[in-house]
Design a protein around this ligand. Structure first.
Ligand SMILES: [Zn+2]
Length: 338
């Protein structure tokens, strides 16, 4: 019998009984703790939201002031009492502001990972290791095939392809929150100091990252035909766009576009092919197979719950290591952001 019956799976998401709140609920609730700003974890309509100050800023930027009754910032590491539960947020290393939710009640500690990664990322605080009794983890890349190479290696590949194609625009599909800014920051670390051109949908979040203290260097809107910029001016330049734009008319405005895509899913060649991606870049903001397994062991939990993703292989691998694990199969979390 599990000691953790005070945590309950409901249609809205995971409910913490002694605290009277949900974590990352997928439907509107009275009180939600939100781990990070991706839209599948942060849905509009809650009466009250508690999140890190950066995530609160991201929510306000994405949804406007009217989407929630109240947004309450909770700085990393600061504990609060909610009902009988004690709650604090610790860094998850996934995107700017992302947090694990640490919940304590009656001497037991449960940690909700949210989405997380263990690799360094110049745009956010690294994952903090929190020993716990119950580890509630994602498993987006829960198959042994998913092993992410060092991001620097993929950036070097991108720069080589750019150098070899001075007449083409290199268009990199990347999600708007987190991946785009990380790509830019990684390019800067690799010494790339030319302007980086952005699809209009990415401008506001990139601006917010800069205001929150993440420098991105020169970034410009990828507009053609306005302000004197001609189509040919973007030849040999790096343009970042939401993945959907790669299949859109928009991309045809660029000179002989070469489509790249930055995602953990690019490990699967078929996915790259389906999307017409010429240059797959395996850069992910999620833990890969090795990181998932290592983390499940390191936190020392007596039980592991898997919220979403590819859970079968992970359940099996944890079982072999003597770790009791079960799938929560929470609906409503997307895998695409990878
Ligand atoms: Zn996420």
């Amino acid at each position: 019998m599990s000691r953790f019956t005070w945590l309950e799976r409901r249609p809205e998401g995971l409910f913490v009984h002694p605290g009277g709140f949900f974590v990352d609920p997928v439907r509107p609730v009275p009180l939600a703790i939100v781990s990070h700003g991706h839209s599948d974890h942060a849905r509009p309509g809650h009466r009250e939201v508690i999140a890190t100050p950066e995530t609160c800023a991201i929510l306000a930027e994405r949804y406007g002031d009217q989407a929630f009754g109240r947004i309450r910032p909770l700085p990393i590491g600061e504990a609060i009492e909610l009902g009988e539960a004690r709650v604090r947020l610790e860094p998850a290393g996934h995107v700017l502001g992302s947090a694990q939710v640490v919940i304590e009640w009656h001497g037991m500690r449960a940690v909700w990972s949210g989405d997380y990664k263990r690799r360094p990322d110049p745009t956010c605080v690294p994952f903090a290791f929190v020993p716990c009794d119950l580890w509630i983890t994602e498993a987006t890349f829960g198959l042994p095939v998913f092993r992410h190479p060092p991001a620097e290696q993929e950036i070097a590949k991108l720069l080589r392809v750019r150098d070899a194609n001075p007449d083409r625009a290199i268009v990199v599909g990347a999600y708007g929150l987190g991946k785009s800014q990380r790509l830019i920051a990684l390019l800067r670390r690799a010494g790339y100091d030319r302007p980086i051109y952005l699809h209009g949908a990415l401008l506001s979040l990139c601006g917010l990252y800069e205001r929150l203290g993440v420098p991105l260097g020169p970034v410009l809107p990828a507009t053609v035909g306005e302000r004197g910029r001609s189509r040919q001016d973007l030849a040999g330049e790096i343009v970042i766009a939401p993945p959907s734009a790669l299949a859109d008319r928009w991309v045809r405005r660029l000179p002989d576009p070469l489509a790249a895509f930055a995602s953990g899913w690019m490990r699967v060649k078929q996915r790259a092919k389906q999307r017409g991606v010429e240059l797959p870049l395996v850069i992910s903001d999620h833990a890969d197979w090795d990181e998932l397994l290592a983390t499940c062991g390191e936190v020392g939990a007596e039980e592991v719950w898997i919220t979403h993703g590819r859970e079968e292989a992970l359940l099996h691998a944890l079982g072999l290591r003597g770790i009791r694990a079960r799938p929560l199969a929470l609906a409503g979390y997307e895998e695409e952001a990878g």
